[in-house]
Design a protein around this ligand. Structure first.
Ligand SMILES: Cc1cc2nc3c(=O)[nH]c(=O)nc-3n(C[C@H](O)[C@H](O)[C@H](O)COP(=O)(O)OP(=O)(O)OC[C@H]3O[C@@H](n4cnc5c(N)ncnc54)[C@H](O)[C@@H]3O)c2cc1C
Length: 351
């Protein structure tokens, strides 16, 4: 049994976060209970990031990023912040100084290095999750359309299903894309011939100077899996899409067909980060890789999926180095046998 003096000491250590055995991986999730007492830990714990105590959301230091990615790979972030709101974002931008910044969506198109990401990583997983009721209007041609507004942290699949509830057509082809709205805009994610940029009306972002800025579709340009921002881009917080009124049953049936096709053709039950390579002009990367017999090729625990040759799967303990090595092997084999240079679609982050 602990005597009262020891209990007081332990509770004091928990409050201050200065215990001798205090772990580097400091989770600032509040409150914690230590010996029956609620602890609101002191947030002054980093020399590099002395401003972290100002953040109202969750702050994790030296947090391994693998669990935040769909391929389950990636070393630690110096600081991973789950902002609570726009003020948190502005606080980060105001105080981060020269520290690098990386925005994490749902992590479904990323390869994060084994050494992790230096500086500040922001995840919008816990905020900007609202989808507003669509606002209907009639166009000159008599067709009813609607504007639907959603936060950047909303999953693209939720948004498409929500639009379908209101019989809105235009984004149903994107139902199987597993990332967030913010990630879909940055990547100009697309499927079945429809790209995010085609239906986007405008987006609101926080610029790196902390200003709230709304950009209309016309101010952006869209390429294959890439959106180009006039001033380099900031942190997208919400966006509006303009959709047309359609027939709910048809929209629903189409989404069901897309989802069932994906589950038959993509390795959805094993960790992966979607299509690794961009499709070359007039062909698909998957067909090319399969045609030269690379399905099943592995480096360590990273392997070319048997189900879809443009997917690299993590069979358990794959590292970013394994994936990189496999990517280089595929590129060099494809080049040797077909003369085509495969370009990567996945986003590399960190070391
Ligand atoms: C099984 C599977 C199937 C897939 N199918 C498709 C498909 O059919 N078509 C397709 O295009 N893609 C597909 N993808 C890839 C991926 O889902 C998309 O690219 C998706 O849009 C990425 O969104 P995300 O939230 O996961 O972004 P992340 O992967 O987390 O980030 C991607 C990029 O966006 C940036 N970013 C994310 N959020 C923000 C924000 N709020 N503000 C500023 N920058 C931000 C990140 O910094 C990074 O540069 C698939 C992936 C998987 C795993």
């Amino acid at each position: 049994m602990l005597n009262e003096a020891w209990k007081r000491r332990l509770i004091h250590i928990a409050h201050s976060g200065n215990g001798r055995d205090y772990n580097l991986k400091t989770k600032m999730e509040y409150p914690k209970t230590v010996l029956g007492q609620k602890i609101h830990q002191s947030k002054t714990m980093s020399y590099s990031f002395p401003w972290l105590y100002k953040i109202r959301g969750t702050v994790l230091q030296n947090e391994i990023l693998a669990p935040y990615t769909s391929i389950q790979i990636g070393g630690p972030a110096d600081v991973l912040i789950f902002p609570e709101d726009i003020h948190d974002l502005q606080t980060i931008l105001k105080h981060k100084g020269s520290q690098p910044l990386f925005i994490l969506g749902e992590g479904t198109n990323l390869l994060i290095g084994d050494q992790g990401i230096r500086g500040v990583v922001i995840s919008l997983k816990n905020c900007f999750k609202e989808i507003k009721r669509p606002l209907f209007f009639r166009k000159k041609d008599g067709n009813r359309r609607a504007v639907i507004k959603a936060g950047a942290g909303v999953k693209m699949s939720y948004l498409t299903k929500n639009a379908a509830r209101y019989s809105l057509t235009g984004i149903e082809h994107l139902v199987g894309i597993p990332g967030s709205l913010g990630g879909a805009i940055v990547m100009n994610a697309g499927a079945e011939g429809i790209e995010t940029g085609q239906v986007l009306r405008n987006l609101t972002q926080i610029t790196l100077d902390g200003e709230v800025q709304t950009l209309k579709r016309e101010q952006l340009s869209f390429e294959y899996r890439k959106t180009i921002f006039p001033d380099g881009g900031g942190i997208i917080i919400e966006a509006e899409f303009e959709l047309e009124e359609g027939k709910r049953i048809e929209i629903q049936n189409l989404m069901d067909r897309h989802l069932s096709r994906r589950s038959k053709t993509q390795p959805l039950t094993v960790p992966n980060s979607g299509s690794v390579f961009k499709n070359p002009e007039g062909d698909t990367a998957g067909r090319l890789i399969e045609s030269i017999g690379l399905k099943g090729l592995s480096v360590g625990d990273a392997g070319v999926s048997i189900k879809h040759a443009n997917f690299i799967i993590n069979k358990g303990a794959a590292t970013a180095q394994d994936v990189n090595c496999l990517i280089e092997n595929i590129q060099s084999e494809v080049k040797k046998k077909t003369g085509i240079d495969l370009q990567t679609e996945i986003v590399y982050a960190g070391k």
